[in-house]
Design a protein around this ligand. Structure first.
Ligand code: SAH
Ligand code: SF4
Ligand code: F3S
Length: 425
């Protein structure tokens, strides 16, 4: 059977889609070039914002309409399938709806055989298939038990579960043997990872010891769980990238409390100070949400002030959208759409200015680039990332893909850099 997987949402969904892809290939199925050529279409969905759901629902309807013309099985998986389940079948024309925690059921659908439900992970034991890039995600936890008041993730992904360290290391080793040089450890809150004696700092050490892995990234971090030992691990382990994505959400203590984030703006600033002191060249990026219920102009100004004070290297910016069943859904969504967008645009502009400033600071420095791929259509153009996460393009031969090379940064725009490779001796 030919299959096609369309993925929406976060890194966890990208990872899950790859796990499924590899399992389907192991079972003898082939990837289709497009949805139109596939007999099995899987749509992996996200529920984090209303907008994300609407986009996926539109696509699901459209694919379902193809069933009138040809034989097609449509399986909707992921977070929205957890939330809407049978409604996706009765109202949107899906054949199956499989929640993010029941991915092993795909194997049951494809093979017709019953499987014993796994306790913690996907049950599809194989790790994600690597594409051409020498980079890969590795999930270390699943779910989340934080219940930030606005967030749907704990409801659709279930409670926080930790993967066994030896299982993680086995996966990293396998990836390394397949040519992967950079792994990104992922979880809703990697800082809360703990399995017996192994916390996140210890896990970073263990992954660092895997031969063949040259660089380690990790996301997402949570300010309430970012301990000194984790900061120490980032600063002392040479393979660990000098980039941390540390979502702040708001700079107002009143709003942070309503969001149930578990830290204050002062706590956050203390972390930033510790990070910058221990790892001077670290890039800190963040998520900001504007328009949370009751957010006043003054609250928003505090977010802007904090953003400028930290001087973030980058950010993702969202306006609040009500998620059914969450604690915040019981509050009045009292900021108008127009006002949310106005605040969003202000913070986006500030975010871009600061990102450009951070990029420009890199001009003239020499950075280690892990070469990821060729730039489309230009045979001698390569692209890779430097430790802090910025993308660099430069001239070089494709044989360098998967290697770390020194590149002098010659020009910078908001998000990307241009460079010239230096003598690699
Ligand atoms: N686990 C991560 C976040 C996952 S969701 C963390 O705790 O940081 C990614 C981002 O989506 C969040 O950081 C938040 O900024 C945004 N988000 C989550 N729920 C939202 C909602 N109801 N409306 C708007 N943005 C939301
Ligand atoms: Fe959602 Fe908060 Fe968990 Fe992040 S930490 S996934 S924002 S509940
Ligand atoms: Fe979306 Fe689920 Fe990820 S809600 S952000 S796909 S965990």
């Amino acid at each position: 059977m030919r299959f096609f997987i369309r993925t929406y949402g976060c890194q966890m969904n990208i990872y899950d889609s790859k796990v499924i892809e590899r399992r389907l290939i192991e079972l003898g199925h082939r990837r289709a070039g497009s949805i139109d050529d596939a007999e099995l279409v899987i749509v992996n969905t996200c529920s984090v914002r209303e907008h994300a759901e609407k986009r996926a629902l539109g696509q699901i309807r459209q694919i379902a309409s193809q069933k009138k013309r040809r034989k097609l099985t449509l399986v909707v998986i992921g977070c929205m399938a957890s939330r809407l389940s049978d409604k996706l079948i009765s109202e949107y024309g899906a054949d199956y709806a499989i929640g993010a925690n029941k991915l092993w059921q795909i194997e049951e659908i494809v093979t017709g055989k019953k499987i014993t439900p796994p306790k913690v992970f996907t049950g599809l034991s194989s790790p994600p298939k690597t594409g051409k890039k020498p980079t890969s995600y590795v999930a270390i936890t699943r779910g989340c038990s934080n219940f930030c008041s606005y967030c749907i993730v704990p409801y659709v992904r279930g409670p926080l579960r930790h993967r066994k360290p030896n299982e993680i290391i086995q996966e990293v080793k396998l990836l390394a043997s397949e040519g992967v040089r950079e792994v990104t450890l992922i979880g809703q809150n990697v800082n809360s990872y703990r399995y017996g004696e192994t916390g996140f700092a210890e896990l970073l050490k263990m992954v660092s010891n895997v031969e063949g892995i040259e660089r380690i990234r990790f996301t997402t971090n949570h300010p309430k769980d970012l301990s000194d030992s984790i900061i120490e691990a980032i600063s002392s382990l040479p393979k660990v990238a000098h980039h941390i994505h540390l979502p702040v959400q708001s700079g107002s203590n009143r709003v942070l409390k309503l969001m149930r984030r578990g830290y204050s703006r002062e706590d956050y600033l203390t972390l930033v100070e510790k990070l910058s002191r221990n790892i001077p060249d670290i890039h800190i990026t963040t998520d900001v949400m504007v328009g949370f219920p009751t957010e006043s102009i003054d609250d928003f100004k505090q977010t802007v002030k904090l953003y400028q004070q930290v001087g973030f290297a980058g950010g993702f910016f969202f306006y609040y959208s009500v998620r059914p069943g969450t604690a915040a859904s019981r509050m009045k969504d009292d900021i108008t759409y127009e006002e949310k967008i106005r605040r969003l645009n202000i913070i986006i502009n500030i975010g871009q200015e600061l990102a450009e400033k951070k990029s420009k600071e890199l001009i003239g420095t020499t950075q280690k680039v892990l070469v990821e791929e060729r730039v489309n259509k230009r045979p001698k153009e390569l692209r890779g990332r430097i430790s802090c996460g910025r993308v660099v393009t430069f001239e070089g031969e494709k044989e360098l893909i998967g290697r770390i090379v020194p590149v002098r940064i010659t020009a910078a725009s908001t998000w990307s850099l241009r460079g010239k490779m230096e003598n690699n001796s």
